[in-house]
Each structure stands twice: as structure tokens, then as C-alpha cells.
Design a protein. Structure first.
Length: 210
């Protein structure tokens, strides 16, 4: 079977700092399968999220105004459910525009409030950053059981090794077919191991040292 593989980057990064890649398997002009991966880029993550407030807005859904420090002070305390350090008797749910203090106090309050969320952001990026995970793999039914799925995994793993110096990791939400494919590739002698990544043990296809 004369297959060609076409790699394309869907996005350099999403607003949340993810890099997404797709490889299509083609038989002539006909697509017969594809594999899609994504990972949180550590470098992009820190660029796109210079503060914990960027992280809470992009990853946790907080509706924060990052362009107005007064509005940020008000909404950050509301979402955090915390009284401002400068106003310990002011309930977070009752804060209004008239309660917004001077800029120096705002910055001091936000610096104190931000600390646990900054630790959370850094922990999240360390834990999940630079771990390319298979999101989707599909081979058209008429072309299954011909090794195309295995070739897609190999092509993506080699691309990640050459481009980012990263291995390819399996999702922990696998179909029985995907689990069987990983086991089969391991039995064939491909460079597969089981590693802890993203806090979970998963298959890893690694061509960096080959």
C-alpha cells in the first residue's frame, strides 16, 4: 500500500497555551486515517500566563478584567471568596466600585491574594506541560488491520522527537482497540515503556534516543 503522511500544525498555540498537531495518512488523494495530538507548552504557558490571574481566567473560567487593576481587585476577591487583606471586615460578595482602594493598596492586596493561585499555576504547568498526548486516532473502516494505525503512531512519535525533543504519550481514556494497539506495538519491539506523566501512568512511545 503506497501511503503518504502529511503533517500539519493546526495551531501554534491556543489561547490557553496548547500546541496541536495532526498527521493524515493518504492513499493517493484519499485520506484513510489520521492522528491528532496536543500538549501544553511550558514556554508558551508562561508567556501567555505571566500572572496567576491570566491562568485563572484562561484555565479556570474566572471572568477577570486584566486591563483594569481596580476591576481586577474587585472580581479577584469575589471569585476567591476572600476578604481583602486591607479590609478584613469587607465581605467579598459585597465589594462594589466604591470600595476599590488606592493603587498601592490594590497591588498589595492582589500580591497577597495571588500567592496560592500562582503556586497552583506553576504546579499545573510543571505537571502537565510538554506532555504530548494522543487525542484522536482514526483509520477508515475499509483500511483497518493493515498497520496504518501503527504507522500513524510511529510518524507522530518521530515528528515530536525531532521537532520538540519529546515522546508521544497515550491517553488514559483509551478504547479497548487503542489499548490493544499499544500492547501490540510493545510486543513488536517498538520503543515503548510505561511512565508517569501528568500524574498518571501511561504508555510512552519515545524515538528521541534512536
Amino acid at each position: 500500500m503506497d501511503l503518504t503522511f502529511i503533517q500539519r500544525k493546526i495551531e501554534e498555540h491556543t489561547p490557553r497555551g496548547y500546541v496541536i498537531h495532526l498527521i493524515n495518512a493518504m492513499l493517493g488523494d484519499q485520506p484513510v486515517g489520521y492522528i491528532r495530538t496536543s500538549f501544553l507548552s511550558k514556554s508558551l504557558g508562561y508567556q501567555l500566563m505571566p500572572t496567576a490571574w491570566h491562568y485563572m481566567k484562561l484555565h479556570q473560567g474566572w471572568c477577570l478584567s486584566l486591563d483594569n487593576i481596580g476591576s481586577l481587585w474587585k472580581s479577584a476577591h469575589l471569585y476567591a471568596g476572600c476578604c481583602p487583606i486591607s479590609r478584613p471586615r469587607l465581605a467579598s460578595w459585597s465589594i462594589s466600585d466604591k470600595d476599590i482602594p488606592d493603587e498601592e493598596t490594590i497591588r498589595s492586596d492582589l500580591q497577597t491574594l495571588e500567592k496560592p493561585y500562582l503556586r497552583r499555576m506553576r504546579r499545573e504547568i510543571r505537571k502537565h506541560g510538554n506532555i504530548p498526548i494522543v487525542e484522536y486516532v482514526k483509520v477508515e473502516e475499509a483500511y483497518r488491520r493493515q498497520g496504518i494505525g501503527t504507522q500513524l503512531y510511529i510518524m507522530m512519535a518521530k515528528f515530536l522527537a525531532e521537532t520538540y525533543d519529546l515522546p508521544l504519550y497515550a491517553s488514559t481514556l483509551q478504547t479497548p482497540e487503542a489499548e490493544a494497539l499499544w500492547q501490540g506495538m510493545r510486543q513488536e519491539g517498538l520503543p515503548i515503556s510505561r511512565k508517569i506523566a501528568g500524574g498518571k501512568k501511561r504508555y510512552c512511545l519515545d524515538y528521541r534516543a534512536i
